[in-house]
Ligand binder design. Structure first.
Ligand code: PLP
Length: 371
């Protein structure tokens, strides 16, 4: 199969690099700006909690040590916090690692398949491909609500993973828990339903599958410290899983994938209810501010249960691409959704009140140029 030392697996040969959002430094330099606001990656508008910063400084001197394999302190803390057995908890280097390992643990390459909606989080298809697992997608409805019947039609006896994000990225829509329960009940015995709840803290009561896990042993939840906990750069994700699957994930995970500072940060963040509450309050307020503001300009805004909104400019004005570029020139970075195959749409995350106001003011200015 290979004839040269430069040959790689066919799945790898067709891989494209991850297209990250533009960085503040890049945009500041390109347009000679002194202030750039980034509302593109759904990061926490409040940054890192002061208590977590203190803990990170205090533990800097431990960086020469290896972390404790299996991260038992964080596992215990998460189990206590969520009131679940600790043998159901798995933690990894971001949800990214959890997703990657789920494919490799739960799907035999060339035999099993995974099912999700389209569009979906970019890591789902890429890691399926890397694992050699067929990835099937059912389209979301035109208004980005979920057609669970269509999703279910793609499931067969070789489907071992179904992935649903709720609230969804990039739409911000939350799936009704009753529909998720119905889906879970309908799946064949070999299939695990993975609900990615990366943004669940922003959705309010009644949207999480957590209180219903006991009735649905074939459901796993993924969560992250990247959003409401403000630690995207530390790379900490976790999952609540059937104990047998959690056990296998622990066996195959690289022993030290969660670094020693990340673990300390996660422990401190979990205890910092004030920061979490402040983040949720700020996001709720900003979500209303941005949704109302954009609608007032005639934009089409998908109702969001998350910390970001998907929207498109009114017909006859700038296209999404033009608006995106014009905002960049003025120092506001939002997310174009070409990589999600949604070129007409844009995604903006909630920032601080003044950042939201700046984004709205500049968007209005730009749209008025073509009014
Ligand atoms: C942001 C996000 C995550 C979190 O990923 P990490 O690797 O933990 O940073 C997970 N799922 C979705 C859909 C997301 O948008």
């Amino acid at each position: 199969m290979f004839t040269s030392f430069n040959d790689v697996r066919p799945e790898v040969a067709s891989f494209e690099s991850y297209e990250p959002g533009l960085s503040i430094a890049e945009i500041a330099e390109r347009y000679g700006l002194s202030r750039v606001v980034k509302l593109a990656s759904n990061e926490n508008p409040l940054g890192v909690s002061p208590k977590v910063r203190e803990v990170l400084c205090a533990h800097a001197a431990d960086a020469f040590r290896y972390p404790q394999a299996g991260n038992p302190r964080l596992v215990r803390a998460l189990a206590a916090y969520y009131g679940v057995e600790k043998d159901r908890i798995f933690v990894g280097n971001g949800s990214d690692e959890v997703i990657d390992l789920l494919y490799r643990v739960r799907a035999v390459p060339g035999v099993h398949n995974a099912v999700a909606f389209r569009p979906c989080f970019g890591l789902y298809p890429t890691q399926a491909k890397m694992a050699g697992v067929e990835f099937r997608q059912a389209p979301l409805n035109d208004d980005f609500t979920f057609d669970f019947a269509k999703l279910r039609e793609l499931v067969d006896e070789n489907t071992t993973l179904v992935l649903v994000t709720s609230p969804d990225n990039p739409s911000g829509r939350a799936a009704p828990v009753e529909a998720l329960e119905e889906l879970a009940d309908s799946l064949p015995p070999a299939c695990l339903l993975v609900v990615d709840e990366a943004y669940i803290e922003f959705a309010g009561e009644g949207h999480s599958m957590l209180p219903r896990l006991d009735r649905h042993p074939n459901v796993a939840l993924m969560r992250t410290f990247s959003k409401v906990y403000g630690l995207a750069g530390m790379r900490i994700g976790y999952a609540i899983l059937p104990p047998a699957i959690a056990d296998y994930l622990w066996r195959v995970r690289l022993p030290f994938s969660l670094n020693i500072l990340a673990e300390e940060a996660a422990l401190a963040a979990l205890q910092d209810a004030d920061f979490r509450d402040a983040t949720v309050a700020l996001v709720r307020r900003g979500r209303a501010q941005i949704t109302d503001g954009l609608r007032g300009m005639g934009c089409d805004v998908v109702p969001s249960k998350s910390n970001f909104m998907m929207f498109r400019p009114p017909a006859g004005r700038q296209s999404a691409q033009e608006l995106h570029a014009a905002l960049l020139r003025k120092g506001v970075i939002i997310r174009a959704l070409r990589s999600y195959h949604l070129p007409e749409w844009l995604r903006v995350n909630v920032g601080k009140d003044e950042e939201n106001a700046l984004f709205l003011r500049l968007t209005q200015e730009i749209l008025e140029e073509k009014a």
